[in-house]
Each structure stands twice: as structure tokens, then as C-alpha cells.
Design a protein around this ligand. Structure first.
Ligand code: DGY
Length: 325
């Protein structure tokens, strides 16, 4: 019998050709509606390999249901949805999709920063709603980006790629990260700073931090209160890094000027979410790496990782390297 692989979303057949060749493969029927928990549990029970999404909770219960499970290939660079310790304990290889999405996610981050600064979405909605009656000197006037200070919290590869874009806009670049990035300092001129310095000095505070025990609720009411009143907060990392209620209140009270958000505490959010009612918020549905090219490359990388593990070899992008020893 061929090993069974379950993919938790519908993918184009050609992107998973690597798998359909040699394994029995089943996909969840929908592209953007998650498989219910009971389906995930039942499929995990049968599967040797799974391709999972960042919205699937791959926890102890699911991993222990997976009696034959050898590999979980998560379609994201972030893997906070996977209980890594539980997977490692069971010898299950967990892989992610770093590098291939770096530039695409940096493009989106900068696009969101520009959209929030120059009120692009608001302006596009304005004209479509037939509100444009004439040119006005301050009509939909926003903030300059060029020459301002950007503060990047979470200087991984995506952070560095955002910093390179900021350099092209003549921005001063501050960053805060667990470790210093000497190459980024030398090549891009990024200045390592304390978290406090980044949030107090930057005109654009950009969070690209992964979700960990240390970064959960990093952006609190106190942090927003320290930011410049004219500052714009951008989050393309993970929602729970921010106290969303505190962000809402900071925007409402004018403690910060605007926010561009691609990620939220609990996704998906829907109409009626308080942040969506604020004109100063530009919100996107977690599309950081969503270019067709990059998503296709990410799916292919996941497929290759599953194939390699189930063939007894070492995959390219393992998160829990200890299981391979
Ligand atoms: C990731 O890969 O972790 C990103 O959030 C996708 O946009």
C-alpha cells in the first residue's frame, strides 16, 4: 500500500505532482475554507505525511492521533501553529518555507506601509463611492515616506529585505532583533537599537517578529503610548504579537496616526471588527507571501519535503533538526 498524504487545502494538481506520482494523496475540498478539526484528526490518523496551513492547529492531540505520521510540511515560514516539542518527541519532521517568500513578503510589507502612509485604500474607495467633487490642496493628504525613519522589529530575512527597500526611499533604518545583523548594518546602514529606541524614534514601526513566548503581546498600551503621535504601525508578522485592544485604543485616542495590518490576533476577522471601523486602519487578509509565483514555489517546496522525508532522505527546510539525528 502506498503511504497516504493529506493536504489541508485544495491545491492545483500540477503543484503536487511530486507526490501524486508515488503516494496516495487526498486534498481538502476547499481552497480557502479550513478543514474542520474532526476532519484533520481523522486524516492525521491515516496519514504518513501532511501539508498544513498556518491556520491549522497542529497540536499534541493531532500529532498523537497521527500514529504513522512522519512529516508535517507547513505552508509558511512561521510555524507557531505547530507544537514543535510534541512533534519532536514523536520523531515527526516539521518543515517550513523560508527564503522562497522573503522578497514577496517584503514587497507586501512596503506596499502596506505606503498604502497606510498615503491613504491609498481610502482614496481608491473615495473615488469609487463617487465622492470626488474636485481637487483640494489637502484632499486625502497623507504622510511622506521618503526620508523618514523606519523601525523594524524582527530583523530576519524579511526584515532585511524591507530594510533594503527602505534604503531606496532614503529612510533612516533602525532595527531591533534577538541577535545583531552585522551585514545589514554594513550593507544597508541599519542601526541596531533597543526596542524602546525603535518604538520611540521611528516614524514607521514595522513588526515582522515571529510569534514566540517572548514576543506574545509585545506591543502593549504602554508601547503605543511611547510612539510618536505621527507614527504609523505596520504588522506583517503575527497578530498575537500585538495587544489588539490596546492598538485600537491608541488609534482612537490619536496616540499613533495609523496602522497597516496584514495579520490579526484571531484570523479571519470579519466586518464589525473594531479595527475595521477606523478610517486610519488599512487591513489586509494575511496575504504577505501571496503572489502566484511564490505560493506555487511554497507548495512545491512542501511537496518536495514530504516526498523526501517519506523516501527516507533529509528535507531542505527542517524546523526541528533534532529529529534527524
Ligand atoms: C508566513 O509564511 O509565515 C507568512 O505569514 C505568510 O504570509
Amino acid at each position: 500500500m502506498k503511504p497516504y498524504v493529506f493536504i489541508t487545502r485544495r491545491m492545483p494538481e500540477e503543484t503536487i505532482a511530486d507526490l501524486t506520482d508515488r503516494f496516495e494523496v487526498k486534498m481538502w475540498d476547499h481552497e480557502d475554507i479550513p478543514a474542520p478539526r474532526e476532519v484533520l484528526l481523522a486524516e492525521a490518523k491515516k496519514a504518513s505525511g501532511m501539508i498544513t496551513m498556518l491556520s491549522d492547529k497542529i497540536d499534541e492531540e493531532l500529532l498523537s492521533a497521527g500514529e504513522n505520521l512522519k512529516v508535517v510540511a507547513n505552508l509558511a515560514v512561521g510555524f507557531d501553529n505547530v507544537d514543535l516539542e510534541a512533534a519532536t518527541k514523536r520523531g515527526i519532521v516539521v518543515t517550513n518555507t523560508p527564503d522562497v517568500l522573503t522578497e514577496t513578503t517584503a514587497d507586501l510589507t512596503f506596499a502596506l506601509l505606503m498604502a497606510a502612509a498615503r491613504r491609498i485604500v481610502e482614496a481608491a474607495d473615495y473615488i469609487k463611492a463617487d465622492k470626488w467633487k474636485g481637487w483640494g490642496p489637502y484632499l486625502l493628504a497623507g504622510n511622506d515616506v521618503y526620508g523618514k525613519t523606519i523601525g523594524i522589529v524582527g530583523m530576519g530575512k524579511i526584515g532585511e529585505a524591507v530594510a533594503r527597500r527602505a534604503k531606496g526611499f532614503g529612510m533612516d533604518i533602525l532595527y531591533h532583533n534577538r541577535s545583531r545583523k552585522p551585514e545589514a548594518e554594513k550593507e544597508i546602514g541599519a542601526i541596531y537599537s533597543s526596542f524602546d529606541d525603535v518604538v520611540t524614534k521611528a516614524d514607521f514601526v514595522v513588526s515582522l517578529a515571529p510569534l514566540t513566548a517572548e514576543t506574545k503581546n509585545l506591543f502593549t498600551a504602554e508601547v503605543f503610548a511611547k510612539m510618536k503621535k505621527s507614527s504609523i504601525f505596520i504588522n506583517v508578522g503575527r497578530g498575537p504579537v500585538v495587544d489588539e485592544q490596546a492598538l485600537y485604543e491608541a488609534l482612537k485616542r490619536g496616540e499613533i496616526a495609523a496602522a497597516g495590518l496584514d495579520v490579526f490576533e484571531k484570523e479571519p476577522i470579519s466586518a464589525g471588527h473594531p479595527l475595521l471601523e477606523l478610517p486610519t486602519v488599512t487591513a489586509l487578509p494575511h496575504i504577505g507571501s501571496a503572489s502566484t509565483e511564490t505560493r506555487t514555489t511554497m507548495i512545491r517546496l512542501c511537496s518536495a519535503n514530504v516526498k523526501v522525508v517519506l523516501s527516507g532522505d533529509t528535507p531542505k527546510t527542517v524546523v526541528n533538526k533534532e529529529v534527524l539525528q
